[in-house]
Ligand binder design. Structure first.
Ligand SMILES: Nc1ncnc2c1ncn2[C@@H]1O[C@H](COP(=O)(O)OP(=O)(O)OP(=O)(O)O)[C@@H](O)[C@H]1O
Length: 237
């Protein structure tokens, strides 16, 4: 019997915003298992609960009820400090708006998560840094500040930053939302390579079918409920 290890799972997850008549039931009982070592797209119409689900899975939002576990650890058992430390050590993030620090060079931005986690940049960390820099093709841009880079280059730096700590899971929230279609294809290709070549787990929220086609699996959220995780029907290869 083979067992697939899970990068994250949710059980009976609900998230209600507000109270009484104006309460919004953003998640209404989500059960979800996200396999490790795969690229999964979370899709669904606007307002269906994609971002809320991702934020609950990433420990950035607190569910109203239900449980979340990431890398085998139950998030509901952690206080805010423990969650912050957990995110730093186990989770990587890629945002639509890149979120690079403008005063740091690209190289310093990539190294930042190691410094925040208090890790020494020893030979092993340097090897990992070199690997992600080469996979993302940003070596000749490392001395530039974000304002001197194109949107696609900034997002590649952000992906390298998300990967440098070898996180158990990378969450990407509409990572191509600010990019043109050619640059989007390139960035999605890099996310896929990080799964194929570096063995990472990537979970991407997107409302674009074209972007989801780069993933291995897709899960559709409708009205706060998740369907089963399924292989992408017509993947881009
Ligand atoms: N902080 C909040 N306070 C109140 N309601 C919220 C809050 N955040 C989200 N919601 C509501 O919860 C529902 C789900 O929102 P969510 O942002 O998760 O959807 P989404 O699928 O990511 O949408 P989009 O694709 O438009 O970003 C929506 O009705 C939204 O208005």
């Amino acid at each position: 019997m083979t067992t697939t290890s899970l990068a994250a799972s949710a059980r009976a997850l609900t998230r209600v915003y507000g109270h009484g008549d104006t309460a919004v039931h953003a998640l209404r009982g989500v059960d979800l298992d996200l396999p490790a070592g795969r690229f999964t797209a979370i899709m669904g119409p606007s307002g269906s609960g994609k971002s809320t689900l991702m934020h609950c899975l990433a420990g950035l939002d607190t569910p109203t009820s239900g449980t979340v576990s990431v890398a085998g650890r139950a998030l509901q058992d952690m206080d805010d400090t423990a969650l912050t430390v957990f995110r730093r050590e186990h989770v990587g993030f890629v945002f639509q708006s890149f979120n690079l620090l403008p005063m740091l060079t690209a190289g310093q931005n990539v190294l930042l998560p190691l410094e925040l986690a208090g890790r020494r940049v020893d030979a092993e960390a340097r090897e990992r840094y070199d690997l992600v820099v080469d996979v993302l093709g940003i070596r000749d841009r490392l001395g530039h500040r974000p304002s001197e880079l194109s949107g696609g280059q900034q997002q590649r730096v952000a992906i390298a930053r998300a990967l440098v700590t070898r996180p158990d899971i990378v969450f990407a929230d509409e990572p191509t939302g600010n990019l043109d279609s050619e640059t989007s294809a390139e960035v999605l290709g890099f996310l896929r390579r990080s799964v194929r070549e570096l063995g990472q787990t990537v979970v991407m929220v997107t409302h674009e079918t074209d972007a989801a086609a780069y993933a291995d699996d897709v899960v559709v959220i409708t009205d706060g409920l998740a369907a089963d995780v399924r292989p992408v029907a017509e993947p881009v290869r």
